[in-house]
Design a protein around this ligand. Structure first.
Ligand SMILES: [Fe+2]
Ligand SMILES: [Fe+2]
Length: 336
């Protein structure tokens, strides 16, 4: 269709460019380039999947948490993650992809989610490390997303980030308690931090030079900072917190660099990252299988919800017919 000033796509593109240049929000009803929409669908759905799969390493410990208080906190935290998944699936749906499709991609192993959740959580201290390091890295990654150009995504992130900071604190507090405990507890905390530290740093993705999509995402104001800059911020945040905890970060190259005003840190082993990404992590199969079982096991709930919605719709329709008949009879009575 042509308009006096050009095709709908041309006008839409101009308007979109203006929105991005003004650092404004793009809303679901606005015209957007197909690449922008696809990038967002991929990013938001992967993010939603990560929240949902991310419930598993901690869900694993709910029944074994050492006290009622710890159990209640952990349960609240895992429930928050389910909520994050739901906000994000809803945000992705505004881009025209339906939830069943996304679920299907996840349980058939077609969709990606954050590799960090393919690591096992064998000790209670892992609940501390996941909160402190994994949710900590998530915060560094996600705070800038509160300013992402796509409105529904940015708004979902505001709420998510508030909850993530509670998650990080509860993890830090678990480790702090262990570090104030027996030698065995201290060793358990340190051993866990040793396992989670590098994978948490890899959550920011490969170095910028190896991350070709990053540039485009930054040009579209979806991403605000490069992977390396965010990783640096994370390390700068961790070092003083590790000192308070009394744990040692497992990297002998960590040192304050006066000139840069940041902590230097060692090279990461990206071979491991790519192995996990390729499906050869500790728990890739376990995670997807459990999600598939949960989805299939929940079919009766969805069926019941559908039956209830249909019944309600039938009742509503019957009521409307009844009202229309009453009104019709009333009109006829007045007319006669
Ligand atoms: Fe989350
Ligand atoms: Fe979290």
């Amino acid at each position: 269709m042509d308009t006096p000033s050009g095709t709908v796509d041309e006008v839409g593109q101009l308007r979109f460019n203006e929105l991005i240049a003004a650092d404004s929000r793009v809303e679901p009803t606005d015209w957007m380039p197909e690449g922008y929409r696809k990038t967002l669908v991929r990013q938001i759905s992967q993010h939603a999947h990560s929240e949902i799969i991310g419930m598993q390493p901690e869900g694993n410990w709910i029944t074994r948490a050492p006290s009622l208080k710890r159990k209640a906190i952990l349960m609240a935290k895992v429930q928050d993650e389910a909520g994050h998944g739901l906000y994000l699936y809803s945000a992705a749906q505004t881009l025209g992809v339906d939830r069943e499709t996304m679920f299907d991609q996840l349980i058939t192993g077609k969709a990606k989610y954050s590799s960090i959740f393919n690591y096992l959580s064998p000790t209670w201290a892992d609940m501390g490390s996941i909160g402190w390091l994994v949710d900590g890295a998530a915060i560094c990654n996600q705070v800038p997303l509160c300013r992402a150009s796509y409105g529904p995504y940015a708004r979902a992130m505001v709420r998510i980030c508030k909850e993530e900071s509670f998650h990080q604190r509860q993890g830090f507090e678990i480790l702090l308690s262990l570090m104030n405990g027996s030698d065995e507890q201290k060793a358990m905390a340190q051993e866990s931090v040793n396992r989670w530290y590098a994978p948490a740093l890899m959550m920011f993705g490969p170095p910028d030079g190896d991350s070709p999509n990053s540039q485009q995402s930054m040009a579209w104001n979806i991403k605000r900072f490069g992977n390396d800059e965010l990783r640096q911020r994370f390390v700068d945040m961790l070092v003083p917190q590790a000192e308070i905890l009394g744990v040692t970060l497992p990297d002998p190259d960590i040192a304050w660099n006066e000139e840069r005003g940041h902590y230097d840190f060692g090279e990461l082993d990206w071979t491991e990252f790519h192995e996990v990404l390729a499906g050869r992590g500790q728990a890739n199969t376990v995670r997807v299988n459990r999600r598939r079982d949960a989805h299939e096991g929940g079919e009766w709930v969805r069926e019941a919800a559908r039956a209830y919605a249909d019944k309600k719709a039938d009742k509503h329709a019957a009521k409307q017919t009844e009202n229309a008949e009453t009104a019709h009879n009333e009109t006829q009575r007045i007319a006669s």
